[in-house]
Design a protein around this ligand. Structure first.
Ligand code: CA
Length: 226
């Protein structure tokens, strides 16, 4: 797997590069937006890590131009906490995920691994696990062929769980990905919504294995039991 890292702070760039190389990734670095863009369109990267604040061209602009150039490499944006509102802009500009600085290296690694598992070019419209199907285009959900009606929030929670099938997700990650930044969400709220979901996708299907597992002390997981 090959990664492009566009980050102007040398110290951060060096430490990310070193860490990723230890995880067997090949890492190219660029220290401004123009150089990053040039590398991105000439090489084929499995993931592009793009800092938001960059000299010459900022991360949003690089992202926009890459997508305009039909470059579909997954993009992980790095933003400072003070630029939190920019995460929405980042996702609108075509980024696939974002990470708030400062972050733990393990978190960065987990995000990169999740991104590399996605099929290149598009996200799967149809997500499935153990007889459960979720269509992200038509918003249809069913299990064993039986239609399940979910609220919007339940749907986006289930979609997030399915997109990260087999991975343990913390409540904080779930909050970050399912609720917008203006929402005042407590970890307890996640528990409540997980409960709603279980009532709809697990409870009526007692003969099947439970889909949503609680990983005590960590969070939740869908599938990946085998
Ligand atoms: Ca920067």
């Amino acid at each position: 797997m090959r990664i492009l890292l566009v980050e102007d702070e040398k110290r951060i760039s060096d430490s990310i590069k070193k860490g990723l190389e230890q995880e067997t990734f090949a890492v190219d670095t660029a220290f401004d937006g123009e150089a990053g863009f040039d590398l991105a369109i000439t090489e084929d990267y499995d993931v592009i890590i793009l800092d938001l604040m960059l000299p010459k061209l900022d991360g949003l602009e690089v992202c926009r131009r890459l997508r305009k150039n039909k470059n579909h490499s997954p993009i992980l944006m790095l933003t400072a906490k003070s630029q939190l509102h920019d995460r929405v802009n980042g996702l609108n500009a075509g980024a696939d995920d974002y990470l708030i600085k400062p972050f733990a290296f393990t978190e960065l690694l987990a995000r990169i691994k999740a991104l590399t598992r996605r099929p290149k070019g598009s996200l799967d419209a149809l997500l499935a696990a153990d007889g459960l199907k979720l269509n992200t285009l038509t918003y249809e959900v069913s299990r064993e062929g039986k239609e399940i009606r979910l609220s919007k929030k339940e749907f986006s929670l289930l979609e997030y769980l399915l997109r990260n099938k087999g991975q343990i997700l913390t409540k904080e990650q779930i909050i970050d990905h399912v609720w917008d930044y203006e929402a005042d969400v407590l970890p307890n709220t996640v528990e409540v919504y997980i409960g709603y979901l279980r009532n709809k996708i697990d409870k009526p299907f007692e003969k099947k294995d439970r889909l949503i597992l609680t990983v005590r002390g960590f969070g939740y997981k869908v599938g990946g039991r085998k």
